[in-house]
Design a protein around this ligand. Sequence first.
Ligand code: HEC
Ligand SMILES: [Cu+2]
Length: 312
Amino acid sequence: MDKFRLIPPQASTSAHQIDWLFIALVAIMLFFLISVFFPITWFAIKYRSGSDANRSNPSHGSNLIEISWTTLPIVLSVALFSWGAVAYYHIERPPPNALQVQIVGKQWMWKLQHAEGKREINELHVPLGQPVALTMTSQDVIHSFFVPAFRVKQDVVPGKYTSEWFKATQLGEYHIFCSQYCGTDHSGMIGRVVVMEPVAYQRWLTAGEGGESIVVSGRRLFLDRGCSGCHAVNSKFHTPLLEGLFDKPVPLSSGEIVKADEQYLRDSILLPGKQIAAGYDNIMPSYAGQLSEEEIMQLIAYLKSIGDKTSP
Ligand code: HEC
Ligand SMILES: [Cu+2]
């Protein structure tokens, strides 16, 4: 890891894709750099003031040149756009069977929790050859989760969930950087990804103080923080049931219809007055400042887990 190299190791499925795109961009740029700057230099010398170059019969335009320098860049840029769009589509959409890891960035460390409950700081253990999806947020300023060897980099923004995913293809340890300047110790906000054999990963995951899974922690919070008292069939308040809610369309009192994604659930808990479910009163208290980012993620994981059940 300490020797000098131009390109980081290619340790994930998207690494080759990104590198080829990058190499193609550099090659095209070099081609145009050479084909423009060599002639400029050559003509500047040939037609310098006082030289006896032949200046009779200057060119007054050429359709061939006009057409080709219009169409060639169009074809090239559309091709590059399509290539980039395909790569982006691939990078932005985790496969459905991906392992879930929750990440909270803060000045100046990464706090991570695996779905099974295992927690880590500045380290991320993952199994070889399995897709891993990260859901990330920040509890203070904007950070960015960057693993050069996997070619993934994504801003981590307070008040918002962002995600990225990768599938590691090589055993080993790789750098994690924060790639968004975030204050005094930004440069110390580094860590490592450890790619393990799946069997070793399972052993690691279940070793030591296992703790409870994220969904179980979320369920405990749901009971302890009084959510369950209101959001129940026999509640004394008129409240929506949360079973079957996740990923479904929700009609709002404003007439809008939004999808109950993670961001919607988050806002419902912290800013209940922002989007009111149609047919209900704005009586839900805000939990802003009362739950840590980790706890909010756990609650959401719980709401997602009961989200599969069909609506009552
Ligand atoms: C005082 C009763 C009360 C408590 C306590 C309460 N809620 Fe609510 N909640 C409501 C009501 C009423 C609504 C519907 C109005 C609205 O959208 O704000 C609602 C809406 C929601 C929604 C959006 C539901 C939808 O169908 O769009 C979510 C998600 C939610 N609550 C989660 C929670 C969680 C998680 C907790 C605990 C941290 C909690 N609530 C605590 C009363 C409550
Ligand atoms: Cu940072």
